[in-house]
Design a protein around this ligand. Structure first.
Ligand code: NDP
Length: 237
């Protein structure tokens, strides 16, 4: 049977690295982002069996239609990776409500909606596995990231609860919580300064996150787990 995996946020950054690794391992992928051209560019780099779709994770109908499209083209979704995410860093007193809403909608509601559609599909078949990308900031907090942090820690509570809900259906939900990883999201940060806070002395690479995601997708007895991947950052903050 085809190993079909939907990767939301698969067009660039961490999601793209996950797509590259899973393609090497023989998965059939749906690469999903709002920007269809970017999703198509990633999918075409990976080979011919992969599908590119446009979807805003914060819109339920859009998410449901996306799953239908994947099932029609690739078969039922057995694996789901949620790497779609945004940050709008600001001190709370300077944060705009619209930026709070967009972070919560993309990072938290979006993951809930894709998991709802994914779990429904997995229940009708023989189970499956989901990895949600959280953040070390969720567990530890960070000045200037209170709303982002709330969205990421919310993701952990959601994932653990869902793991309890659907374990009997052979569906596993885990979280990878990265520290600083080289992507567009971190490109404006002062790396030299931040490296001093990280025991391993450097930012992580997207390929390193991808290996953790693959490990959790393929580990049949791990569910409700949060795998921190931060070069030791959380030991010091
Ligand atoms: P990037 O900005 O590089 O990529 C984000 C991806 O999400 C893109 O594919 C983007 O495509 C997609 N996306 C954003 N909003 C939506 C939406 N509403 N609907 C569908 N897709 C969307 O981010 P990273 O790869 O750095 O981050 C990936 C995840 O990892 C995020 O959840 C982030 O919070 C988390 N993370 C990142 C860390 C880092 O250091 N980079 C550290 C810890 C966690 P498009 O814009 O076309 O929709």
């Amino acid at each position: 049977m085809n190993k079909v995996c939907a990767i939301f946020g698969g067009s660039r950054g961490i999601g793209k690295a996950v797509a590259q690794l899973l393609a090497q391992k023989g998965f059939h992928l749906a690469i999903i982002a709002r920007n269809l051209d970017a999703a198509k560019a990633t999918a075409s780099q990976l080979g011919t069996v992969h599908l590119a779709l446009s979807c805003d994770v914060a819109k339920e109908q859009n998410v449901q239609d996306t799953f239908q499209e994947i099932e029609k083209n690739l078969g039922h979704v057995k694996y789901l990776v949620n790497a779609a995410g945004i940050n709008r860093d600001a001190l709370l007193l300077r944060s705009k409500a619209e930026d709070m809403v967009s972070q919560l909608h993309t990072n938290l509601l979006g993951t809930m909606l894709t998991c709802k559609a994914g779990v429904k599909s997995m229940m009708q078949h023989q189970g499956g596995a989901i990895v949600n990308i959280g953040s070390v900031v969720g567990q530890k907090g960070n000045s200037g990231q209170s709303v982002y942090s709330a969205s990421k820690e919310g993701l952990v509570g959601f994932s653990r609860s869902l793991a309890k809900e659907v374990g009997r259906k052979k569906i596993r939900i885990n979280v990878v919580a990265p520290g600083f990883i080289h992507t567009d999201m971190t490109s404006s940060l002062k790396e030299d300064k931040l490296n001093k806070m990280i025991p391993l002395g450097r930012f992580g690479e997207t390929s390193e996150v991808a290996h953790a995601v693959l490990f959790l997708l393929e580990s049949p007895y791990i569910t409700g787990h949060v795998l921190v991947l931060d070069g030791g950052l959380q030991l010091l903050i």
